[in-house]
Design a protein. Structure first.
Length: 591
């Protein structure tokens, strides 16, 4: 009997060890932990024994650097307390539908029913798990996701129906000075009383949607249906919050889109702030709100005493800087591998993205940067100046504006390998300048840190009838270019033309297909040494530049004509100049 008891005990110990070690595919961190509704395996091949039934069990087992993968299904609430560097990632269909009693004790919120609470933790990532608070509607205070004195990221998920009897909040970021900083990327919050609240914390909202907030009792401004609440309303100073909102939609809220108080700082660009019943933005004691370059529901911008023709149901208060605004609604689109954001209607622009969660394209009503450090001329003026150019009297020709300024904002650029921006134009957009001049069009970007326009590192132009346009200027952006993917967080781009500083030979450029051909060098040298120094030669150069561009444009369009002109005219001239170079160089030298 004693021997049998020993065998049974050994079997129990072995089984127990197997149950403990099987829940993770790797015993040492960083590890991946699986959660499947009911604890069963899923279609990925995870076995019954290797999956938790609850997210909370996986959180308690996880340690620094671990990942928790949650399969499709309905789950209970979870809390992350005193942990670091954990990612909780849900597959499509993973939804939390229950809450748990959590102590928040900050501002007017004491305890609340929360569906996901992160407290005293660092770098906690919650991604792809949806939250539906319908079952909590009878509770007093309901919060979908709460980060308290914590940092991290919330991405690619929906929080909805968080409507309590006293108060309902979709996402709450709460802290003391410097303790909470959270990025929200592609997060949708709808049907609550306050969509997102940020109290004493820092937050970035990138490509988010905050909509359909409505009153349901509650206290102060949060009981009336507000999209984003920054600072604690109706209370003594608690310490300012710092919030940036980009490429997001804040719409159709019963009262206010964005409410700012408590000395908080807000920067909101390239957003859709539309259809909010009372105010799009209310500054009630915050610092001056930077709300430039947003779409307010109409080309006339938001209603304000300084803008009486603005959209009436989406007004702004004083101390909100809203001019200039976007004159067309920006295009925000979630893209996947090898897709295109088609913003031709909105901004004459396409953005080709290898992979990114969301890209936003907007058109400016005016130059969004400062005065460029190059001469800005109208397209018509550049035609006249170019063809009549006299280097002895005229300043060197430099970049000229095409009058098109756009902005491209991409969230989740860590997952992108390449973005190509294409700014389309028509001939009448650029004063009907010739194709020869169009070959010098380039895309510039506004370097806010140095307050100047710079040419993109990889940029050129494609000329020809394309999608109803006559060409497009393109720039390719990668992690290593200037600008880089890291700088696509609201980066203005402008279409500019840059004809050569001193026009050379349009016909030679057309026949050789480039202005850098070696044959053109000797033509340039003969012009500079022999023709330009005397009045007769300078007059010939001026006449040539007035008359040759249309001829060069015709030549560049026909390969047979290009070959004939090169072989029968330009090559013989170049050959004569090369053979006589010593003679005319000596004649043109001083003394």
């Amino acid at each position: 009997m004693k021997k049998i008891s020993s065998i049974i005990l050994a079997l129990v110990l072995v089984a127990g060890l197997g149950a403990v070690t099987a829940v993770s595919t790797v015993s040492a961190s960083p590890a991946t932990w699986y959660v499947v509704e009911g604890g069963a395996g899923d279609e990925t091949g995870v076995s019954w024994a290797s999956a938790f039934a609850d997210i909370q069990d996986a959180v308690e087992a996880a340690s620094d650097g671990d990942t928790i993968e949650v399969a499709a299904g309905n789950y209970g609430a979870f809390s992350v307390i005193g942990k670091s560097n954990i990612s909780i990632i849900g597959a499509e269909g993973a939804t939390v539908t229950a809450g748990d009693w959590v102590s928040i004790n900050r501002g007017p919120i004491g305890d609340a029913w929360s569906m996901a609470a992160v407290k005293d933790s660092q770098n906690i990532n919650i991604q792809g798990i949806d939250f539906d608070g319908t079952a909590l509607s009878k509770e007093e205070v309901v919060v979908g996701i709460a980060y308290v004195d914590s940092t991290g990221r919330i991405a690619n998920l929906t929080v909805e129906n968080t409507m309590g009897a006293e108060l309902g909040v979709g996402v709450a970021i709460i802290g003391h000075a410097g303790t909470s900083s959270v990025n929200l990327v592609d997060v949708t919050v709808r049907k609550s009383m306050a969509g997102v609240i940020i109290w004493g914390a820092e937050a970035n909202l990138d490509g988010c949607t905050i909509t359909e907030m409505r009153p349901n009792g509650g206290f102060d401004i949060m009981g009336s249906g507000v999209g984003v609440v920054i600072g604690i309303p109706g209370a003594a100073y608690h310490g300012p919050s710092t919030v940036k909102v980009k490429g997001s939609t804040i719409s159709d809220n019963n009262d206010i889109g964005v409410y700012v108080c408590d000395g908080s700082f807000v920067e909101a660009h390239f957003n859709r702030i539309v259809g909010n019943a009372a105010l799009g933005v209310l500054n009630d004691g915050g610092q001056s709100v930077d709300a430039l370059y947003n779409w307010w529901g109409g080309a006339a911008g938001p209603l304000h005493p300084s803008n009486p023709a603005g959209v009436g149901n989406n007004a702004v208060s004083d101390n909100v800087d809203f001019q200039p605004w976007l004159w067309k609604e920006s295009k925000t689109e979630t893209v996947v591998e090898d897709k295109v954001v088609d913003a031709l209607f909105e901004a004459d622009t396409e953005v080709w993205v290898t992979f990114a969660p969301t890209a936003t394209v907007a058109a400016y009503t005016e130059n969004p940067g400062g005065d460029p450090d190059f001469e800005v001329l109208s397209p018509v003026t550049v035609v006249v100046t170019e063809y009549a150019y006299n280097p002895e009297k005229d300043a060197p020709l430099q970049f000229v504006t095409l009058g098109k300024h756009i902005d491209v904002f991409a969230s989740g650029t860590k997952e992108v390998s390449e973005i190509e921006i294409r700014l389309y134009y028509r001939d009448d957009d650029v004063g009907n300048v010739s194709r020869t001049i169009q070959q010098y069009f380039r895309l510039l970007w506004w370097d806010g840190s140095e307050s100047e326009w710079k040419q993109c590192e990889e940029t050129d132009v494609t000329i020809g009838t394309i999608k109803g346009y006559d060409g497009y200027i393109w720039a390719r952006i990668t992690a290593d270019t200037t600008p880089s993917l890291r700088e696509l967080e609201g980066t203005p781009f402008g279409g500019y033309g840059g004809p050569p500083p001193i026009p050379v030979c349009f016909i030679a450029t057309a026949v050789y297909g480039t202005d850098t051909a070696e044959e053109i060098d000797i033509l340039r040298e003969f012009r500079d040494v022999i023709l330009l120094p005397n009045s007769l030669g300078a007059g010939f150069v001026s006449l040539y530049h007035r008359t040759s561009p249309p001829i060069a444009d015709l030549i560049s369009r026909h390969e047979v004509l290009r070959t004939a002109v090169r072989v029968g005219l330009v090559d013989p001239i170049v050959a004569v100049l090369e053979r006589s170079q010593d003679l005319w160089l000596a004649r043109g030298s001083p003394g």
